[in-house]
Design a binder for this molecule. Structure first.
Ligand SMILES: C[S@@+](CC[C@H](N)C(=O)[O-])C[C@H]1O[C@@H](n2cnc3c(N)ncnc32)[C@H](O)[C@@H]1O
Length: 334
């Protein structure tokens, strides 16, 4: 039976998201496509509030029995269990919230998730095939996502941007477009929350390739251009600002820390990040500049600079690379 305690914090985030986006005046319809024991969908239903129904679906015979047992307590609140193959589009869509939480790649389920989500509904997508998206298996990434991945320390964020670009393309094929609200790397998986809308459907998606000859952001590993990547924001600052840790959070301290970091990070929508030790390596500095003085010096020079959730010493900045490097030189201990 699939139950992953390592996803506790991620499920806390899902509850925070549900609570921050409560509809007014009507119940919202939710679908937890791949429910397993139901832990995610039932938490979103019970702790998030405002759903009726929350459909929980599973294909596996053993899992469905456990799911039915777990959901029975929440039937009055709107839990409705269905045994189905989530790869097949459901006949009745119009869900305000669709949660796609697979083991591995979400690709086989994306078409039915998009068919199910209502206009202006929220789609939450997990990918646990992070090694593929982060470039450990380039051929698999090209095959699965039609994208050339970034490798190395930038790989996970590259993977997140490949996933968003893939989702954006699939959304376009439904005549709509997506707006990322929150997209992150957490441990060994990626997760994004996107609104699917017809609003401004003609607006082109910020999707493209990045290559070392034209690219002015953080240095890329040598090699050909990578992409297609989502090169727009990963966060909607106003939307992320509404997220608060629920009192029911299983990992309240970590959740509070994560939300604070995302809120700050949302203010600097730059693509990819720098790290002091990587800058020091590129510039041949004897030791890396300390992070806090480096961020302060970038701000003093008139640029935004914030830490990123992606890696412990990662930061994003609005400064172009030559400025980042010259400020880093001035801050580094000679
Ligand atoms: C990663 S688990 C879901 C975890 C769950 N959301 C949670 O929070 O614990 C993926 C589940 O999808 C189910 N599954 C896989 N393929 C499916 C399909 N085509 N239709 C419905 N369920 C499927 C598996 O049986 C498994 O229980």
């Amino acid at each position: 039976m699939f139950y992953n305690p390592a996803m506790e914090l991620d499920r806390d985030v899902a509850v925070a998201v549900a609570r921050a986006s409560l509809p007014t005046g009507r119940a919202r319809r939710g679908w937890d496509m791949l429910s397993a024991t139901g832990i995610r969908g039932l938490r979103v239903l019970h702790e998030g509030g405002g759903f009726h129904p929350m459909v929980l679906s599973e294909r596996d015979g053993q899992a469905i029995d456990v799911l039915r047992e777990n959901a029975a307590r929440y039937r009055e609140e709107g839990a409705a269990v269905v045994r189905l193959d989530a790869q097949r589009p459901v006949s009745r869509g119009g869900f305000d919230y669709v949660d796609l939480d697979p083991f591995g790649s979400p690709v086989p389920f994306i078409e039915s998730a998009l068919a199910a989500v209502a206009d202006d509904g929220l789609l939450a997508v997990t990918a646990t095939d992070l090694p593929v998206l982060a470039g450990a298996n380039r051929a698999a990434c090209e095959r699965r996502y039609g994208a050339r991945p970034l490798r190395g320390r930038l790989g996970p964020e590259g993977g997140l941007r490949i996933l968003l670009a893939y989702l954006a393309g699939a959304t376009r094929r439904t005549g709509r477009r997506l707006v990322p609200r929150l997209a992150y790397v957490l441990g060994h998986h990626l997760r994004c929350y996107v609104t699917v809308t017809r609003h401004d459907a003609a607006t082109p998606d910020p999707v493209g390739w990045i290559g070392d000859s034209t690219w002015e952001g953080p240095r890329l590993p040598p090699g050909p251009a990578v992409g297609p990547l989502w090169v727009g924001p990963l966060f909607d600052p106003d939307w992320v600002a509404r997220l608060a840790p629920p009192s029911t959070a299983a990992r309240p301290r970590e959740l509070t820390h994560l939300l604070e970091r995302w809120k700050a990070e949302a203010t600097v929508p730059s693509v990819l990040f720098y790290e002091p030790n990587e800058i020091a390596g590129n510039l041949g500095l004897r030791s890396p500049p300390a992070l806090a003085p480096l961020l302060q010096a970038l701000e003093a020079a008139g640029y935004a600079a914030v830490r990123s959730h992606v890696r412990p010493s990662a930061f994003r900045t609005s400064a172009p690379r030559p400025v980042v490097e010259s400020v880093a030189r001035s801050v580094a201990v000679p």
